[in-house]
Design a protein around this ligand. Structure first.
Ligand SMILES: [Zn+2]
Length: 178
């Protein structure tokens, strides 16, 4: 995984694409939560579920199916009465959740991601994996490796996300001025 503080970088960046009548802090918070929820699967370790199992870490909760199901659930539960297009809200939550396994598949450690669970148990990585994998558990953050992970995530996640967000804001300003 990337660290829990880094996954929300993607929803924050993507939020720049939301139409004005759809964007809200509640939606951004929901999307940020969705982007970290897949890692709740580490609870499975406590119950003897193996990393490589379908319900193991980076398995089912990191699948495209799970991202769609979670986005549908959150949209229908919390945003059914909100302004804006339900499809845009669903897509934003879906991509926010899916960004989690995408980032994980770019990390250099652990097992691959079960993108196609529960239909296919194979784990996948992208061919290029520049992000240093985060240690599982809190203790690992406060180590030299934890620092290296943060630097790696700043470079490969926060920097491109900031550029994306900044460019999007710039385009919006220019459009509003013209
Ligand atoms: Zn993960």
């Amino acid at each position: 995984m990337c660290t829990v503080i880094t996954h929300p970088a993607v929803p924050i960046a993507l939020s720049v694409l939301l139409p004005q009548n759809t964007a809200s802090s509640a939606l951004l918070i929901a999307a940020s939560v969705c982007s970290v929820i897949p890692d709740l699967d580490v609870i499975g370790f406590e119950f003897g579920i193996k990393y490589s199992d379908m319900l193991g870490h980076r398995g089912f909760t990191h699948s495209i199916f799970f991202a769609a199901a979670l986005a549908a659930l959150v949209s229908l539960t919390f945003f059914h009465n909100s302004h804006g297009s339900p499809i845009v809200i669903f897509l934003f939550l879906f991509l926010s959740t899916l960004s989690h396994p995408v980032l994980d598949a770019l990390t250099n450690g652990g097992l691959g991601v079960g993108f196609f669970a529960p239909f296919n148990h194979k784990r996948y990585f992208f061919p290029y994996r520049p992000i240093k994998v985060s240690p599982i558990g809190v203790a690992g953050f406060f180590s030299r490796r934890g620092l290296e992970v943060m630097v790696s995530e700043l470079k490969w996640v926060w920097l491109p996300s900031s550029i994306f967000f900044g460019t999007g804001q710039l385009f919006k300003r220019m459009r509003d001025l013209s």
